[in-house]
Design a protein around this ligand. Structure first.
Ligand code: FAD
Length: 403
């Protein structure tokens, strides 16, 4: 079967570009997805009389009006609730608001003193040279106490124990924790600094986040091929093949699936093929707990290594008529003996390893020369939030339609 465009993967990236093409009267495309439904990491399921997001807690917060305008066509704004974010961190048995560096004033006085002492001598505050390794860099940037109570164990829980495989380039945006500002914040008993991401966010009133992507899937139903796992890509002939040996070819291929999941990629230099094998990722499992917790938080972070999960999502605080909560746990820490509902996301977090920027740069540049485009969280192997993925997909759609 021959098309102008083949889109691989029906998560945000694939669904957005497919719908964008259709909106612009381009129907010569096929969207191929391995699951029997659309949505990728943003799917929801009905569990214990309400929805849960099986890819983890998902909230819509875009910094771009074009993204809202595009998404609200499929799920009008009136169908969403808007929230001011309440998220907490559990630290040594105490709960404070996120982000930690702005809210140390909420801890007991004993802990405030300990944190202040550690921030005063953080490497970046006493002008020590910047370390190259991830773990040392975190200590240097945030001080011993924030690093060892929060950042190091939390990252370990999410991404695994080999933290020094990670680069530091993606952390540059972390704020420097200033001793003067932290001290003033503790004395004045109020937060300081920049607001964290998702300070205000949208969540569907009557559904899980997956509903939006279901609707986008329905809109392009005639161009959708579900239950087809792509396993081979021939870059030179621009043909792809599925596990069940169906073949498709196109002028342009948009790949939103993980590069490491192809069984075979033909027509690519060995060094690029070998570097793809070095891309790393972590897997997350969500588990539903039928139990209510007294809190107004939408979600809570748990850096403490004694708890297996790293975050809980209290759905009754953002979805009407729901109860209970769900946890997010790295697959390597999960207790599979549970009797609760759980869902495994093999590809949850692309890891920002030291060599990743070069691998992806070489790979994407090579592919682009052959009219094959990596798009989205996995196509670009980047921790993008959904709004960013939507924007990138719209921009790629515009570019392709001009060709
Ligand atoms: C725990 C967690 C919380 C998050 N919270 C938020 C949030 O609050 N707000 C936000 O905006 N973003 C959030 N994100 C990010 C968001 O999930 C991603 O930005 C978004 O899902 C990326 O969409 P995508 O299409 O690039 O990838 P995916 O959603 O992963 O889609 C890829 C698709 O490709 C399919 N596929 C894979 N392999 C094959 C194959 N061989 N053949 C055919 N199809 C295949 C998959 O089944 C999937 O449907 C969160 C992510 C995680 C993990």
């Amino acid at each position: 079967m021959r098309y102008k465009y083949i889109i691989l993967g029906a998560g945000h990236a694939g669904l957005t570009i497919a719908n964008y093409l259709k909106e612009n009267n381009e129907n010569n495309f096929i969207l191929i997805e391995k699951e029997n439904e659309c949505g990728g990491l943003c799917r929801s399921k009905y569990v214990d009389d309400a929805y849960i997001d099986i890819g983890g807690g998902h909230f819509l917060d875009a910094d771009n009006d074009e993204v809202y305008k595009f998404l609200f066509k499929y799920m009008p704004e009136i169908e969403w609730s808007k929230f001011d974010r309440i998220s907490k961190i559990e630290l040594n048995g105490e709960y404070i608001d996120h982000p930690i560096e702005a809210n140390i004033w909420q801890l007991s006085q004993e802990l405030q003193v300990e944190y202040l002492k550690s921030i005063a001598i953080a490497g970046c505050n006493i002008k020590n040279p910047k370390p190259e390794k991830f773990v040392e860099w975190i200590y240097w940037k945030l001080g011993e106490k924030i690093a060892s109570d929060y950042m190091i164990p939390y990252n370990q829980k999410m991404f695994g124990d080999d933290l020094n495989d990670l680069g530091t380039y993606w952390l540059e945006k972390l704020p420097s924790v200033s001793f003067d500002e932290t001290l003033l914040s503790c004395l004045n008993k109020r937060a300081y600094g920049k607001e964290p991401g998702h300070t205000r966010f949208y969540y569907p009133k009557n559904f899980g986040y997956g509903e939006l992507w279901n609707r986008m899937g329905k809109n392009i139903i005639n161009n959708l091929a579900l239950n087809k796992k792509v396993s081979r890509l021939n870059v030179l002939s621009k043909k792809i093949e599925t596990d069940s040996r169906e073949k498709y070819e196109a002028e342009y291929i948009i790949s939103t699936i993980p590069w490491i999941c192809y069984d075979e990629i033909v027509g690519v230099p060995d060094e690029i093929i070998n570097s793809i094998k070095k891309l790393k990722f972590s897997s997350t499992i969500i588990e539903y707990i039928n139990h209510n917790i007294e809190t107004d938080a939408h979600w809570i972070y748990y850096p403490n290594l004694d708890k297996k999960y790293h975050r809980i999502l209290l759905r009754s605080n953002f979805l009407a008529n729901s109860k209970g909560y769900w946890t997010e746990t790295n697959k390597n820490r999960f207790d599979y003996t549970t009797k609760n509902f759980y869902f495994e996301n093999e590809y949850a977090y692309p890891l920002n390893t030291i060599e990743k920027p070069k691998i992806m740069n070489d790979l994407l540049n090579y592919m682009k020369k052959h009219n094959i485009y990596g798009l989205g969280r996995w196509g670009e192997h980047n921790h993008y939030n959904s709004d960013k993925v939507v924007k990138l997909a719209i921009d790629l759609g515009k570019k392709l339609l001009k060709k």
